[in-house]
Design a protein around this ligand. Structure first.
Ligand code: ADP
Ligand code: MG
Ligand code: MG
Length: 886
């Protein structure tokens, strides 16, 4: 038998999304639940794929459509486009994932110069309705099937309204609309070179092919690349018999949600528009009324709708959104799907459904995400004073930022240096704006979407950003919106979650969820349902996860905070900040030391300071592992810049003074200058070249641990050697370290592990050898990514990543989310060969990726023991580690 390309709504179900698309599968599901869905059928994604591959409709498709159309006509007692009593249908695209840029919907297919008369007669002589439906068909068909510019039609409507002196479409009568049909046909013929097709079946076939082709529309292709939706799925096409919400006051159309998609609060929520056809509601041409008003307008339909909504929630066990139409008091369901929701709603709905016994905790955990949790942790605007937004753009990077408007990056840097919070306002940003973006509290642009330079860079920096606020006219020293002019220095507030922009300061409120993690709100007693929901789901995630979650922290205070957030140790304690501030002078002495004695003196002075740092941190993390990384960056980073020193020396000479020490330092900086410091003398290389440096650090760690152990505490230090590429490097450091540890620890009863970072590709590729000398590996995925791709992470994000994202070369920066195919492969090799050499090898990750949801799933799959991330990301990693284990 020939392949089946067409399914009646009654023959499908919701599990057939791949074949029938989301809309088709759910229409079938509702049909089979016995809900009032206007009959129809779905053409499969397979048919679409075949059409796109072969360039014509696959053999057998036409016959199957004819067969299903005949069945539909029989059921409805009408023939498509019949002159006396026409059946009309809608042609609706419906891919597996809903996708902007694809052809949407053509309503009223089957109308022509004859059947428009029949339609009017069937509607009781309602001429206005019939001609309105016809002009809509020509308009939608022209626009979506034949690419006639939509403005031409809209312009024609405006002209008729202008001539008549009315503003509302409803004020146009049958004659006006009949006249419009004539004008529309002319517009159609002018743009397409042929007349509007009068044959109903030809209309249907052309619309179906247009839906197929729209799969490859430019915007759809781009969207798929960015969202990583496979390019070869194809779309389904739904043919659905028309029902009419525009037949008069007893008809109408609406959209509804079974719960509030903004807050997750139980109780239905929606909008209704009387005497209107589907697309009017979303188009916002006329003002809708709240769904609750329908109870007054049409109690019978309202009650039925409520019953249906509870059936749907019961059935899908989730928030559903629906589209419905009422035709002369009869309710019809036109669409349903599991509805989109805000982050807060996701948690509340999941917890609510658990409480109602509809889903279990595993399912609740599946339905929330780390990205949503992260959103809930940003501070928010306190909108209780109900400020009116000035305008709105795209919420591109979440958070709430308040500051003085500035229009120039240099100015932003200047003001920020004086402690003035600023919002950088630009038409769009480019790599030259980087310093200004770093200095600003937030970024506001009038151009570009979520993948614009501003959006990408801001997200990378965790900075609040609203982009594409296209009502703004941004100039060099002011922006205008509507009639308002805002100059430099005026305060604006931007909401990176909702995209709203306010004039003046809006108070910022800390996140309730963060207060809960901080221990300020007790979930058991809190009357905040969101906090209770987060508590419920987090507890389950903790119970399920296999991955441990540690934090990156360099101070006792950070360690303590991370511990409150649930960190189970420190995965990365960087020691370089311990060389800054008032210790600079000691470090300078170390670097400038001319003799071994001078160097030894400088190190001896640093030792007690470092020891005190480690005592602090190990005490806060008592009983938990603390991985300390020996000094990593090149030493000249601790000296003033070459340029500054050169200027100082030149000035001194000019004045005939002796530059003395400055001159010495300049010489040292010159000596140490590297073209490519990230690939130069740093990490283990530094430890091997500067005698005594690593030894001092190891001694400080061991002494701190011994001190605490003698106080009866339980310190668990792990010493991590950075930038190792060959086992010989590690062996050399290890031999020296072991001697010091044995000497210092004595009988204090502390175990000190020695391990290495895996961040140079060669280390990953020789992991079997390196594991012989390492008790643990910690993947430094920032450097590993940088070196695997050859991307300088300090330069490339602002320079060209936006272009790569725009081109779809990757959907997300590999510094943000681990590149599974390339960098991930290095990780897998190292895990496998490392464990083969040493079965009890501890494995973790300490790059930024440790807090990225996608990457956490990868690390779980790769079999690591823990991830480590910044304190604020710890809850996100806990949640995702739980989800990864489901
Ligand atoms: P989208 O995916 O953009 O919502 P739809 O295919 O759902 O596109 O259709 C757009 C609008 O037309 C919706 O409001 C829908 O309810 C309405 N509509 C679609 N098919 C019909 C029909 N057979 N009868 C009445 N209204 C319809
Ligand atoms: Mg729809
Ligand atoms: Mg590194």
């Amino acid at each position: 038998m020939a392949e089946t390309f067409v399914y009646d709504f009654a023959d499908g179900n919701r599990d057939l999304k791949d074949l029938l698309g989301g809309k088709g599968a759910n229409l079938a599901e509702m049909t089979n639940l016995g809900l009032p869905v206007p009959p129809g059928f779905t053409i499969t994604t397979t048919a679409c794929r075949r059409y796109l591959a072969d360039g014509h409709r696959p053999a057998g498709l036409d016959a199957q459509i004819a067969e299903h159309l005949a069945t539909l006509e029989a059921a409805m007692g009408r023939r498509l486009g019949d002159a006396a009593d026409p059946l009309l249908v809608s042609v609706r695209s419906g891919a597996v994932h809903s996708m902007p840029g694809m052809m949407e919907t053509v309503l009223n297919v089957g109308l022509n110069d004859d059947s428009v008369i029949g339609l009017s007669a069937q509607a009781g002589g309602n001429d206005r309705f019939a001609w309105d439906s016809y002009r809509r068909l020509i308009q939608m068909f022209g626009k979506t099937v034949c690419e006639v510019p939509g403005e031409d039609f809209e312009e024609a409507i405006s002209e008729v309204k202008r001539a008549k002196g009315v503003r509302d479409d409803l004020a146009l009568d049958a004659d006006d609309l009949r006249g419009l049909v004539t004008v529309f046909k002319k517009i159609f013929a002018k743009h397409t070179g042929h007349d509007f097709p009068q044959d109903p079946r030809e209309q249907l076939d052309l619309a179906i092919e247009a839906v197929f082709r729209s799969w490859n529309a430019e915007r759809a292709v781009l969207y798929r690349r960015q969202e990583r939706i496979p390019a070869d799925l194809g779309t389904a096409v739904n043919i659905c018999s028309m029902v009419f919400g525009n037949l008069g006051a007893d008809s109408g159309t609406g959209v509804a949600f079974t719960r509030d998609p903004a807050t997750g609060e139980p109780g239905v929520y929606g909008d209704y528009l009387a005497n209107a056809q589907g697309e009017d509601v979303v188009a916002g041409i006329r003002n809708t009324v709240p769904l609750q008003d329908l109870e007054r307008l049409d109690k019978k339909s309202f009650d039925e709708l409520m019953r249906i909504m509870s059936t749907l929630e019961e059935h899908y066990r989730d928030l559903c959104d629906i589209e419905f139409t009422i035709e002369r008091g009869k309710l019809w369901m036109l669409q349903t799907r599991v509805g989109k929701r805000t982050a807060a709603a996701a948690f509340r709905i999941a917890a609510g459904l658990v409480a109602e016994g509809r889903i279990d905790l595993d399912e609740a955990l599946r339905r929330v995400s780390g990205a949503q949790l992260a959103q809930l942790m940003f501070p928010r605007f306190d909108l209780s004073s109900e400020p009116t937004p000035l305008t709105r753009g795209v919420g591109a990077s979440p958070g709430a930022a308040v500051g003085q408007a500035v229009f120039d990056s240099r100015r932003a840097v200047e003001l920020a240096a004086d402690g003035v919070p600023v919002i950088l306002v630009r038409r769009e940003t480019n790599p030259d704006d980087l310093a200004g973006m770093i200095a600003a509290q937030g970024i506001l642009t009038s151009r570009g979407g979520k993948t614009s330079h501003a959006a990408v860079v801001a997200r990378g920096m965790g900075k609040t950003c609203v982009c594409g606020a296209d009502e703004l006219e941004v100039g060099r020293d002011a922006f205008t919106v509507g009639g308002t002019r805002i100059e430099e220095g005026q305060v604006v507030s931007i909401d990176g979650t909702t995209g709203r922009v306010y004039l003046g300061p809006v108070p910022v409120r800390p996140s309730e969820v963060v207060r809960y993690f901080e221990g300020e709100l007790d979930a058991g007693y809190s009357d905040d349902p969101l906090v209770a929901a987060v508590h419920l789901i987090m507890s389950h995630a903790d119970a399920q996860r296999r991955l441990r979650v540690r934090t990156n922290a360099d101070t006792g205070a950070d360690a303590a905070r991370a511990r409150r957030f649930g960190a189970e140790g420190i995965g990365l304690c960087r020691t370089e900040h311990m060389f800054l501030g008032d210790r600079r002078e000691l470090v300078e002495r170390l670097i400038l030391a001319a003799t071994d004695t001078e160097r030894a003196d400088a190190l001896a002075a640093l030792l007690p300071l470092q020891r005190a740092d480690f005592v602090d941190i190990l005490r806060e993390m008592d009983g938990l592992p603390v991985t300390v990384r020996l000094i990593d960056p090149p030493l000249h980073e601790f000296l003033p810049s070459l340029e500054d020193l050169a200027v100082q020396v030149a000035v001194a000479h000019e004045r005939g003074e002796d530059a003395g020490r400055t001159e010495e330092m300049l010489a040292a900086v010159r000596r140490m200058h590297e073209q490519n410091p990230m690939l130069g003398l740093r990490g283990v290389r530094l430890g091997l070249v500067i005698p005594g440096l690593f030894a001092m650090q190891v001694r400080a760690i061991a002494e701190a641990a011994a001190t605490l152990a003698r106080e009866g505490r339980d310190p668990r230090p792990e010493i991590m050697v950075p930038l190792v590429g060959a086992v010989q490097e590690l062996e050399t450091v290890r031999a020296e370290a072991e001697k010091i540890i044995a000497e210092v620890i004595g009988d204090a009863g502390v175990t000190v592990l020695i391990g290495t970072m895996i961040e140079v590709p060669r280390a990953a590729l020789t992991a079997g050898q390196i594991a012989e000398a390492a008790e643990f590996f910690s993947f430094g995925t920032n450097d590993l990514t940088q070196m695997a791709w050859g991307f300088s992470r300090d330069d490339v994000e602002g320079a060209f990543f936006w272009k790569y994202l725009e081109l779809g070369i990757f959907g997300i920066s590999p510094f943000e989310s681990l590149d599974r195919d390339g960098v991930g492969r290095l990780v897998r090799i190292a895990v496998q060969e490392g464990r083969a050499a040493r079965p009890d090898l501890k494995l973790g990750v300490c790059g930024e990726h440790g807090g990225d949801p996608e990457s956490v799933h990868f690390f779980h799959e790769a079999g690591l023991d823990y991830v480590s991330c910044s304190p604020f990301r710890v809850p996100v990693a806990r949640l995702e580690a739980g989800r990864a284990a489901l």
